[in-house]
Design a protein around this ligand. Structure first.
Ligand code: MCA
Ligand code: AMP
Length: 506
C-alpha cells in the first residue's frame, strides 16, 4: 500500500536539500526542512487522536507552516479543510459543524470568537499565527520528524473545499487524492513545469487555485515557490526577476498593468503567466501583450473539478476563451432543459467529466445528484460554446454567482440576511462591473409600507455575519423589484440599471 498524493508530491523529497520555498526577504526553506515540519505536525495530529478520514479545519494566515499543515494532513490521511481568513465566526461555525471537523486551527487573535464554535461542535482548538507560531507548532516542536505515512488510495478523500450554493447553504466538495494528483500531473505536463521553475505565489492557500494548482504543480515538478503572504504589487515586482512563472486571478494582472514599474524588462525572463478563477477581459490580455510581449495563458476550473480546460502552451492563446479540454477531461455543451448535447457552436451549459471531477458534496446526496450525473458528467452551471477551432468560450452563468477579485459570492446568502432585517420587504443582490475586482456586490432593498430603512445600521449588522468581500459595496432602496410574468425577479434589469455605479467617469 502507499499514499499516492503524499508519495508523489512530498515523500520523494525526503532528505533533499533543494529549495522549496523562497520568502520575500530572501530566506529559503528546503524540501527536507519543510517535510520535517510536516512530519512533526502529522505526529501531533496522531497524538491528538485525529484519525485517517477525520476532518481538520484551518483558518490561518498563509505561511510555510500553514502549507505544512496541509502536507501533514495528506501524510496522516486526514481530510484538510482550508477556510478563507476573511470568514466571520458565524461562517466558520457552519463549516466546522457541517464537516464534523475534529480539530479547528485558527489565528490566536480569533480564539475568543472561535473557542465557543469549537466547543459547540466538539472539535479541538489549536492556534497558528501568521509567523507560523502558536499552540500547534509549539506542541509539535518536541515530536519526531519521522512519521509513518498512512496508506491511502486514489479514491480516498484528501480535502473538503466549501463552495456556496444557489440556496445559500455552502456545500463541502469532497476531493480525492486521485482528483488532485491527476490534475497536477496533467497541468505540469501541459504547462511544461520543471525543476528549473520558480513560481510567483501570491494567491491565498485556502482555495483550489493557490493550494492545488500553484502548489501541487510546483511540488510535482521539483521547482520552488516564491512565497508571498498575500498579493501586493511591490513584492511581486521585487520577486519577479527571480521567477519564471506566475499564476493569478485577473485582478493581479490589472493591478500590475496599472503600475508603470511593470515593464517588458521586468517580465523578460518569465516563461509563463497563467490567469483563471474569473473572466480575464480580452482588453487586459491585449494590454498585457503590448506591455510585456507575453500572452497570458487563460484556463478554466472549479472547486468541484480542479482545472478543466486550458489555452495551449504552444499554439495560439486566444483572448476571451479558456482553450481546449485538458487531456483526459471531456467537455460537452448541453441544453439546460433537456440535458441533450447541443451541436458544435451552440450555446448551452458546460458539463465536464474526467478524473478531476470530485466525489460529491459531503452529506448532501440530493445536491450531488442535481449536479453530478450518473454518467459522471458534472453540470458546471457555466454557459458556453465551442468555436470552430475547438476553443471553449464561457459566455455567462446559469447560476446566480458573483465573482469578485476571484472570490465567489452567492447572492442568495446575502439576500437571506437582508430579508431578515426589520422593515425590509424583499431584496435582490447583483454583481456589477468593478475596475479592480471585475465584479462587485450591490444590494437592492424594498422597504415594507411606511418603513424607513437605516442603511448604515443594516451594513453594520451584515458585517457581523458576512466576510468583508461578500458585503455589498452599495445598498440601494427601490420601490419594487422588476419581475417577469412568472413573478421571477429580473436581475438582468437590475444589473443593467446599476452597471455604471463603480465605473470611472468617462
Ligand atoms: C479583498 N477585498 C475584497 C476582495 N479582496 N473585496 C471584494 N472582493 C475581493 N476579492 C476587500 C478587503 O476586505 C478590503 O476591504 C478591500 O477589499 C481592499 O482590500 P485590498 O487590500 O485592496 O485587497 P487585497 O487584500 O489586495 O485583496 C485583493 C486580492 C484578493 C489580492 C485580489 O482578493 C485575492 O488574493 N484574490 C484571489 C482569490 C483567489 O485565489 N481565488 C481563487 C479561487 P476594506 O478596505 O473595506 O476593509 S479558486 C477558483 O476560483 C477556481 C477553482 C479557479 O478556477 O481557480
Ligand atoms: P469556484 O467555485 O471558486 O471554484 O469558481 C468556479 C467558477 O469560476 C466557475 O464555475 C466559473 O464561473 C469561474 N471561472 C473560473 N475560471 C474562469 C475563467 N477563466 N473565465 C471565466 N470564469 C471562470
Amino acid at each position: 500500500m502507499a499514499n499516492p498524493l503524499y508519495d508523489t508530491l512530498f515523500g520523494r523529497y525526503a532528505g533533499k536539500t533543494t529549495v522549496f520555498l523562497q520568502m520575500v526577504d530572501g530566506t529559503t526553506i528546503t524540501h527536507a526542512a519543510f517535510l520535517e515540519t510536516a512530519g512533526r505536525f502529522a505526529n501531533l495530529l496522531a497524538h491528538l487522536e485525529i484519525a485517517p478520514g477525520d476532518r481538520v479545519a484551518a483558518q490561518v494566515a498563509k505561511s510555510p507552516q500553514a502549507l505544512a499543515l496541509y502536507t501533514a494532513c495528506v501524510q496522516a490521511g486526514v481530510v484538510f479543510l482550508p477556510l478563507n481568513t476573511a470568514y466571520t465566526a458565524d461562517e466558520v461555525s457552519y463549516f466546522v459543524e457541517n464537516s464534523g471537523a475534529r480539530l479547528l486551527v485558527c489565528d490566536p487573535a480569533s480564539v475568543n470568537d472561535l473557542q465557543g464554535v469549537a466547543d459547540a461542535c466538539g472539535a479541538g482548538l489549536q492556534t497558528m499565527s501568521a509567523d507560523g507560531g502558536g499552540s500547534f507548532a509549539s506542541a509539535a516542536a518536541g515530536l519526531p520528524a519521522d512519521f509513518a505515512t498512512v496508506d491511502r488510495s486514489d479514491d480516498d478523500l484528501a480535502a473538503f473545499l466549501y463552495t456556496s450554493g444557489t440556496t445559500g447553504r455552502s456545500k463541502g466538495a469532497m476531493l480525492t487524492q486521485g482528483n488532485l494528483l491527476s490534475n497536477s500531473e496533467t497541468l505540469m505536463s501541459e504547462w511544461q513545469f520543471t525543476a528549473q521553475d520558480a513560481l510567483l505565489h501570491a494567491l491565498p492557500i485556502f482555495h483550489t487555485h493557490g493550494l492545488f494548482v500553484a502548489t501541487n504543480i510546483t511540488l510535482l515538478a521539483g521547482g520552488r515557490l516564491l512565497f508571498m503572504p498575500k498579493f501586493n504589487v511591490d513584492d511581486m515586482l521585487s520577486l519577479m526577476p527571480h521567477a519564471t512563472a506566475m499564476m493569478g486571478v485577473p485582478t493581479f494582472y490589472t493591478r500590475l498593468l496599472a503600475d508603470e514599474r511593470f515593464t517588458r524588462q521586468m517580465a523578460q525572463h518569465m516563461r509563463l503567466f497563467v490567469s483563471g478563477s474569473a473572466p480575464l477581459l480580452a482588453e487586459t490580455h491585449i494590454q498585457f501583450e503590448k506591455r510585456t510581449g507575453h500572452r497570458i495563458l487563460e484556463r478554466y476550473g472549479m472547486t468541484e473539478t480542479n482545472m478543466n480546460t486550458s489555452n495551449p502552451y504552444d499554439g495560439e492563446r486566444r483572448a476571451g476563451t479558456v482553450g481546449f479540454p485538458l487531456p483526459g477531461v471531456e467537455v460537452r455543451i448541453t441544453d439546460s432543459g433537456t440535458g441533450n448535447e447541443l451541436a458544435q457552436g451552440e450555446i448551452g451549459q458546460i458539463e465536464v467529466r474526467g478524473p478531476n471531477v470530485f466525489k460529491g458534496y459531503w452529506q448532501m446526496p440530493e445536491k450531488t445528484a442535481e449536479e453530478l450525473r450518473e454518467n459522471g458528467f458534472f453540470i458546471t452551471g457555466d454557459l458556453g460554446r465551442v468555436d470552430e477551432d475547438g476553443y471553449l468560450h464561457i459566455v455567462g452563468r446559469n447560476k446566480d454567482l458573483i465573482i469578485s477579485g476571484g472570490y465567489n459570492i452567492y447572492p442568495k446568502e446575502i439576500e437571506l440576511l437582508l430579508d431578515q432585517e426589520d422593515g425590509v420587504l424583499e431584496s435582490a443582490v447583483v454583481g456589477v462591473p468593478h475596475p479592480d475586482f471585475g465584479e462587485t456586490v450591490v444590494g437592492i432593498l424594498v422597504a415594507e409600507d411606511g418603513a424607513e430603512l437605516d442603511l448604515d445600521a443594516i451594513k453594520d449588522r451584515l458585517g457581523r455575519s458576512l466576510a468583508r468581500f461578500k458585503q455589498p459595496q452599495k445598498l440601494v432602496v427601490l420601490p419594487e423589484l422588476p419581475r417577469n410574468t412568472m413573478g421571477k425577479v429580473q436581475k438582468n434589469i437590475l444589473r443593467e440599471e446599476f452597471k455604471d455605479l463603480f465605473q470611472p467617469a468617462a
